[in-house]
Design a binder for this molecule. Structure first.
Ligand SMILES: [Zn+2]
Length: 407
């Protein structure tokens, strides 16, 4: 993933004047101890040793590290090649997501954002899909210090496999991933639940390629409404991978920034403490525009309050212009009628109906716990009512026994 995305994004945020309406903080890098909450010590040691391993990749220990954790030094073909600066990169990515959790925990913010985070594929002892350290898992684990139930929502075009696996079967974290699925698309997981996954707290909405705005939003809202009413989360972590946006170099959905932002607005509209994180996004300008619009949404700006075009004063304007000659670049990403052909509504509805049929099964563990919880609350309420009425009866009896005093 190109770090230039975040540079372009910061430039856009500043030229739209959004930075003046929020508190911007420089987070400290995460420590090794903080990352050990999820990651294996030996794997973190390998990342820390990256300069030495890259300096002499054929040395015996260096070779065994690369082999054990599948991080070939300097490989041009592997999606997670080891490079000398990897440790400082992952420590700052994770540190910023932990800082987001901290401001929610200490009550200094309701919404916190880290667009350099959202690395949802990393596992406890291996890198995957451009993700070395899973800042999302670390962030959620910290939120669990205070919140009983955290909902994780993944808008990335790829299935959020790393986060789902980390919390699989954990009743305190529900994961929901909506993503492109099928025909060997990475990571290959994220289909509807299987009979083996009945104890999970994971909901997946696999979508076919070319799913358009209306179908995407319908599936998202169907799931969000069902999950929130059943699971009743206390905090939310939302991964906003922008590779879902049409025109991405990897993703093949036909979703615009209007719909992606509407999903973010729906989540923020729940009024719960929320962390917004980045994720995938391989079209640098589309990604930067998408997250700049999300930033505006998070600080309460509606779409009509944003300019139609990228501001001319933006330092990256020339770059944007070069990309979209002869038109002036718009802030939102629209479909390209020559390239993007969204699936027909009839076909999309077929997939949506299939998803609707699956959702109860996918949430069966959460529903069972919810029903048990409701029964316990109901029982406790009935018990309290019973005690109150017997106390009242006793008091009335005692009052009746007491001799009347003449005035
Ligand atoms: Zn992705």
């Amino acid at each position: 993933m190109r770090p230039s995305r975040v540079r372009v994004l910061h430039s856009l945020v500043r030229s739209l004047g959004l930075d003046k309406e929020m508190t911007v903080r420089q987070a400290r890098p995460a420590t090794e101890e903080e990352m050990r909450v999820f990651h294996r010590s030996a794997y973190l040691e390998c990342l820390k040793q990256a300069p030495r391993i890259c300096g002499d990749p054929l040395e015996e220990t260096a070779l065994s590290f690369q082999k054990e954790f599948d991080v070939p030094a300097g490989s041009a073909t592997h999606d997670c090649p080891l490079f000398p600066e990897v440790w400082s990169l992952v420590a700052s990515q994770a540190g910023a997501s932990l800082a987001c959790a901290d401001v929610l925990l200490n009550g200094t913010a309701d919404v916190a954002m880290n667009w350099a985070g959202g690395l949802h594929h990393a596992a406890s002892a291996n890198a995957s899909g451009f993700c070395f350290v899973n800042d999302i898992v670390l962030c959620i684990k910290r939120l669990l210090h205070r919140y009983s139930r955290v909902l994780y929502i993944d808008l990335d075009v790829h299935h959020g496999d790393g986060v789902e696996t980390a919390f699989y079967g954990n009743s305190r974290v529900m994961t929901f991933s909506i993503h492109q699925f099928g025909k060997g698309f990475f990571p290959g997981t994220g289909d509807y639940c299987t009979p083996q996954s009945t104890n999970s707290f994971a909901v997946n909405c696999p979508l076919p390629i070319s799913t358009g705005d209306a179908a995407y939003l319908l599936s998202f809202r169907t799931a969000l409404t069902a999950i929130v009413s059943c699971y009743d989360p206390e905090a939310i972590v939302l991964q906003c991978g922008a590779d879902t946006i049409a025109g991405d170099l990897i993703g093949r959905l036909a979703v615009t920034t209007f719909t992606h932002t509407q999903c973010v607005a729906d989540v923020l509209g729940l009024g719960l403490p929320t962390v917004l994180l980045g994720g995938g996004g391989y079209h640098v300008f589309h990604t930067a525009k998408c997250w700049a619009i999300h930033t505006a949404t998070a600080i309460g700006r509606s779409a009509s309050e944003l300019p139609m075009y990228v501001p001319r004063k933006d330092p990256y304007y020339m770059e944007h212009r070069r990309e979209s000659i002869p038109l002036r670049p718009t802030l939102h990403v629209f479909l390209d009628p020559d390239v993007d052909r969204p699936l027909s509504w009839e076909v999309s509805q077929k997939y949506w109906r299939q998803f609707c049929l699956s959702i109860r099964g996918q949430m069966s563990a959460a529903i069972a716990i919810r029903q048990k919880f409701t029964r316990i609350v109901q029982f406790a309420k009935e018990d309290a009512d019973r005690r109150k009425s017997s106390l009242r009866e006793r008091e009335e009896k005692e009052r009746a026994k007491r001799p009347r005093t003449s005035e």
